[in-house]
Ligand binder design. Structure first.
Ligand SMILES: NC(=O)c1ccc[n+]([C@@H]2O[C@H](COP(=O)([O-])OP(=O)(O)OC[C@H]3O[C@@H](n4cnc5c(N)ncnc54)[C@H](OP(=O)(O)O)[C@@H]3O)[C@@H](O)[C@H]2O)c1
Length: 339
């Protein structure tokens, strides 16, 4: 095995130009960790917010090269003494330890992660498709179904509005809500209407040309039961007026653009509804991913469309990410010799 690896690292916070292609040592797995040869790294909006320094209080300093990247797919090449679940050659998908321990992330040829953040891939799911999933899919799943968030029960006849349906989180949220039996209205721009329709949305609202409140009041005259906002505070005018009494607004925490959360929660209460700011937890990502991968394997949901960049084009990928108008997912290709 190689002793050094290629990685896109940063040594200062800043714009997309701060990435440097570096040679770094291949990390060694601890007893409960797995060493993965990365095929594709997922690119998530949190990555540019980290790169720009917005989340620096939660990250290691950049006096040594810092490798970003929260999720990936790849092949297991080694594992620690306490790992019996994974063996060399296994095709897997995972979240990185970057946010939990500050360990290097997935923008590198090799990655060490805790075994509970790894899941086996079914034979039907390619490494490329799998890399679109971890953070986006479990964020959507938890926002819709966790008891302290959307608390959606499969089979429940409810109307859900997903704001920002064409991005990574939205692509999974639309499909998971439909799989659970809900009726789903969505917002996206004109260019993404066909894509969001292909995900199964019942009602499409073009936020560039249509009035969301008016269109939703025609679709759900009593108001909707649940709003999942995957855009930002302020992207919806008066969201509480769109909900039924007792309804919920689950806002995915953007970490940079969440408005005055306490004031919003108080205002929601005055309207007889609630607002929840949702943070994803990847502590049990392996188990949660196994459930989601089964849905993909059995054709209940599909993975989003993805645009792939080679590692040396990471700056271009981040420039695109930062526009906030990605369709589906962006991925970095590391060493994808096997699908
Ligand atoms: N805190 C957490 O635990 C956590 C976890 C995951 C994600 N997040 C956050 O959740 C947000 C969404 O993540 P993501 O991965 O889905 O992002 P993404 O893939 O970059 O998605 C962006 C999508 O938002 C749409 N959009 C932008 N402005 C819109 C508007 N005004 N109305 C409707 N749609 C709009 C864009 O569609 P158009 O091109 O059609 O405009 C694009 O498809 C990000 O802020 C991310 O940081 C937080």
């Amino acid at each position: 095995m190689h002793k050094s690896m290629k990685a896109a690292a940063i040594t200062q916070w800043g714009d997309a130009g701060v990435f440097q292609l570096s040679q770094l040592p291949v990390p060694a797995p601890a007893a409960d960790e797995v060493l993965i040869k990365v095929a594709y790294a997922g690119i998530n909006p949190a990555d540019w917010k980290m790169r720009a320094g917005h989340l620096k209080s939660q990250l290691p300093a950049t006096d040594a090269p810092l490798v970003l990247g929260l999720d990936a797919s790849g092949i297991v090449v080694a594992s620690g003494a306490q790992v019996s679940e994974f063996a060399e050659g296994d095709r897997v998908v995972c979240a990185s330890n970057l946010f939990s321990t500050g360990a290097p992330g997935t923008y590198a040829e090799y990655l060490v992660v805790s075994k509970n953040k790894v899941a086996h891939l079914p034979g039907t799911v390619s490494l490329k498709a799998a890399a679109t999933m971890p953070i986006a899919a479990i964020t959507a799943k938890q926002a819709l179904f966790a008891s302290d968030k959307g608390n959606l029960q499969p089979g429940q006849k409810v109307k859900i509005f997903i704001n920002g349906a064409s991005g990574g989180v939205g692509s999974f949220a639309v499909q998971l809500a439909k799989w659970a039996g809900a009726e789903v209205a969505t917002s996206c721009s004109s260019a993404n209407l066909d894509y969001v329709k292909s995900l199964g949305a019942d009602c499409l609202i073009d936020y560039k040309t249509q009035d969301i409140a008016y269109e939703l009041s025609r679709w759900a005259p009593q108001g909707v039961d649940l709003i999942l906002d995957a855009v930002s505070a302020g992207s919806l005018e008066d969201p509480f007026l769109l909900l039924k009494p007792g309804g919920k607004l689950v806002s995915i925490a953007t970490l940079t653009d969440d408005g005055d959360v306490e004031a919003d929660m108080a205002r929601a209460q005055q309207h007889g509804v609630s607002k929840i700011l949702a943070f994803v937890s990847d502590a049990n990502l392996g188990k949660e991913m196994a459930q989601l991968l089964e849905l993909v394997d059995t054709g209940k949901i599909t993975t989003p469309t993805a645009e792939v960049f080679p590692l040396d084009k990471v700056a271009q990928a981040h420039q695109k990410l930062e526009t906030g108008h990605v369709r589906g997912k962006l991925l970095l290709r590391l060493c994808a010799e096997r699908q």
